[in-house]
Write a protein that binds this ligand. Sequence first.
Ligand SMILES: Cc1ncc(C[n+]2csc(CCOP(=O)(O)OP(=O)(O)O)c2C)c(N)n1
Ligand SMILES: [Mg+2]
Length: 699
Amino acid sequence: MSVAAVSAPPAAGNIDLKCINTIRTLSMDAVQAANSGHPGTPMAMAPVAYCLWQKFLRFDPQDPVWPNRDRFVLSIGHASMLLYSLLHLTEVKSVSKDYDALGEPSVSLESIKAFRQLNSRCPGHPEYRWTSGVETTTGPLGQGVATSVGMAIAGRWLAARYNQPGFEDLFDFNVYALCGDGDMMEGISAEAASLAGHLKLPNLCWIYDNNHITIEGNTALAFTEDVATRFIGYGWNVTRVGDANDQDMLARAFGTFQNTKDRPTLIIVDSHIGYGAPHKQDTSGAHGEPLGEEEIRLAKRNYGWPEDRKFYIPEGVYEHFRQGIGKRGKELRDAWFSRISEYRKQYPELAKELFRMQHRQLPEGWDRDLPVFPADPKGLATRESSAKVLNAVAKNVPWLIGGSADLAPSTKTRLVFEGAGDFSAENNSGRNFHFGIREHAMGAILNGMSLVKVRPFGSGFFIFVDYMRGALRLSALMELPVIYVFSHDSIGVGEDGPTHQPIEQLANLRSMPGLIVIRPADANEVTEAWKVILQLNHGPAVLVLTRQAVPTIDRTKYAAASGLARGAYILADAPAGNPEVLLIGTGSEVVLCLEAYEQLIKDGIRARVVSIPSWELFDDQYKEYRDSVLPPQVKARVSVEESADFGWCKYTGTDGQNVCIETFGASAPMKQLLKKFGFSPEHIVAAAKNQIARHGGRK
Ligand SMILES: Cc1ncc(C[n+]2csc(CCOP(=O)(O)OP(=O)(O)O)c2C)c(N)n1
Ligand SMILES: [Mg+2]
């Protein structure tokens, strides 16, 4: 677009515009100082964010973690300077990990000047836990909007459970997500929007920056669908604002959202990326690189701004925000807290629940009904034992809620006790969720739910973890205690064949920082696994379960399953405790190791079986413990796992043997597959003897 086409800004001097231009120029200056970043969208969307924050958002900058605050999600995470400018100008206070207000600003002007530098509170993309007021980590496009659906769902669930007579509005927060063309193109947003429409979430508002620009150029290159029609099809209310600079139209659109009580709202806003920059406006050149000093000067001139001042905050701007969002937010927040002290008197039990939930504590007696499973050679699938444990725990943890991507009958995650119910548009208090066949959105929705502090779980077939890895990675990055339950964990699936048989998934998940993966061997390890998982406060866990029955190990003969808490433990040992070969297994292969062990002992070979359900928990133990389980001097080692061997040499060494699968699986009855891929006690016995020979024979 030519210089002449840049519309002149309305007369300066108006305080709204002054605030908007402060957001714009702070963003431009920070990106320029960093010599990297995305100036164009903060410049374009500043009036939209300003209108929302200053006039609508129920958010107290003094207390950015107040439970009933409206949530603002910047799904276009690359436009992070927009959010940082708002956090700075509205004087949001910093909060510690334990939710103590620290009194200092969340985002100081110094942080903005250090945008994208090490340790700045203004990293390249917004990071939850790092910058107070950032409600969720965004950057991978589509995640933010999908996460916002989880927040809205959790808001509705909290309202259904905790709003009581006399306290009908205890929870009534709204969730706003600002998104762009990229969000709209990503499949995850389609999954999430479809579910949000189905659930008729009235507390959800997406604002779509319809600027027709992405990195490669105009959206005409790859995106011509009719977004409005699509969302109407999803059951959303769709409204348009033809000019991002029109405060009245924006206010009307937000008003429409607030008055729409029967479905979510999409506000499509037409904007000009790089608004006001004469050579870059409406071009992809404004998207992801600094404008350049000269262009910044010209844009500032266009805004009626002092051209050479950097990080300039005119007089009256802070004060104006204090009088708007600051005053409104504080009043609402204070009123809420006085209501909650009244609530505590009238509904002490519910209030106690809320307190614990918000502090990520478990209720007293949460583990009182955990089952112990008797030894049983026939046993049961770990998905079956998990169902029993989950139901026993969930009865005592009212905010443990979740569901499946249409596979609950297979993953056995349905809560079946009386009153558990199903969450639906009509019943927001149900504890069973039907995410539909939407794994990726399910992951992001679980993140959103967790961010509101309920304890969510989601389940599916293990193979389809690949479909949701983007969201799972954000659970780990945000350190959210989301629980993922995956069944059908190996070639044990049988006839469904290689499309349904996980091979590389375990290695893949084990490579993810901050994620705990647990693959229990039998029913009692399942109980122990849930015990560990429930007590995790700062990170997600993946529970990997069998489809097929596995024997329940006789714990009077072998070691107790409580060893699971340490990640790995000696399940069966050489008679004098001085093993010459180690058999190390996980999940359904542990029993094969035990059978091989019995044979080896009969043959006079001093074998030890180590069950290692969780590498991460084990690696976290002191060296003394790790060495006591896997003595460094014992080099003859065999690992047994129906998966890729990637990473196993960490425990078996470069000269150990990994009984594993090096190809994709195959379609056949399980028994045939076990034979084909060498998962038999005989093979393990042979491998053990081989190992002993390889490492210099018997000593
Ligand atoms: C999942 C994902 N894919 C790719 C990217 C890289 N990326 C960052 S911004 C962007 C273009 C986004 O366009 P749009 O949402 O329209 O934002 P605008 O340029 O209008 O600010 C891309 C491809 C990303 N952040 N996330
Ligand atoms: Mg765009």
